[in-house]
Write a protein that binds this ligand. Structure first.
Ligand code: NAP
Length: 242
């Protein structure tokens, strides 16, 4: 396969597992990250150790200008190529009760999710539409479906991503581009490392946190040819939560 897959936030956690899995599936993987170059290099090395192809493309997904610059430079360096698979995965949480929520915590969480989706997707979509083939997977959260206390910013951002997924899927289905959302529950990554796992597990019907590789399997399927007729869906992977 000679197709490129861009995974945002692929230096760690779910994004890393998705990048490794898509490389195993035969995609040339573009690893986006923000600050953590050591972790990004480690993802790249893991892919290469298994015979896959990976390259690094750092940019801040909350910065539209940085996104445009990075993607334009990528295209200049890869003449005639385009990105066939986009996984909008990078995300942050800044939890706190609404009455105490700072404007920074509101805007940073919203921007990281929604600006990233808007600028990156708009940019790579034209190549997919021309090729009449493409896969976009947006990593949302059960928090964006049910809403969780202490996460008004995060729930709002992830719910916005669900609306965008559904609307865009209808715009581009005729051009054989699918757009789906994956909604994890609690997954064991750096993002959840500060949570009380022993207590939270009691609220999960499956009785455990999920693993990043389990989310990656679902993303892999949605990016495959077998998933060509699935679009505009929100698929929870949450051990029965939500
Ligand atoms: P994580 O372990 O904290 O990793 C976050 C990744 O996103 C890192 O690669 C980080 O890059 C990157 N990132 C953060 N801000 C960025 C920015 N402004 N620009 C570019 N990259 C940025 O998170 P995770 O648990 O794997 O979560 C991945 C996605 O799944 C997120 O959207 C999250 O909301 C969603 N999710 C997670 C869970 C869960 O339980 N873990 C549940 C539901 C949904 P650096 O390494 O450079 O910082």
């Amino acid at each position: 396969m000679n197709e490129y897959a861009l995974v945002t936030g692929a230096s760690r956690g779910i994004g890393r597992a998705v990048a490794e899995r898509l490389a195993e599936d035969g995609f040339k993987v573009i690893i986006n990250y923000h600050h953590n170059i050591d972790a990004a290099e480690s993802t790249k090395a893991a892919i290469e150790a298994k015979g896959g192809y990976a390259e690094l493309l750092p940019f801040d997904v909350s910065d539209g200008g940085a996104i445009e610059t990075a993607l334009t430079q990528w295209e200049a360096a890869h003449e005639g190529e385009h990105i066939s698979v986009l996984v909008n995965n990078a995300g942050i949480r800044r939890d706190g009760l609404m009455v105490f929520m700072s404007e920074d915590d509101w805007h940073n969480v919203m921007r990281t999710t929604t600006e990233g989706f808007y600028f990156i997707t708009r940019h790579v979509l034209s190549g997919m539409l021309r090729a009449r083939k493409g896969r976009i997977v947006n990593i949302t959260s059960v928090s964006g479906i049910s809403g969780l206390p202490g996460q008004v910013n995060y729930s709002a951002a992830k719910a916005a991503l669900i609306g965008a997924t559904k609307a865009l899927s209808k715009e581009v289905a005729a051009r054989k581009v699918t757009v789906n959302a994956v909604a994890p529950g609690f997954i064991a990554t750096d993002m959840t490392a500060d949570l009380e796992e022993a207590e939270l597990k009691k609220t999960i019907p499956a009785g455990r946190f999920g693993q990043p590789e389990e989310v990656a399997s679902l993303v892999s399927f949605l990016c495959s040819d077998q998933a060509a007729y699935i679009t505009g869906q929100v698929i929870a992977i949450a051990g029965g939560m939500g």
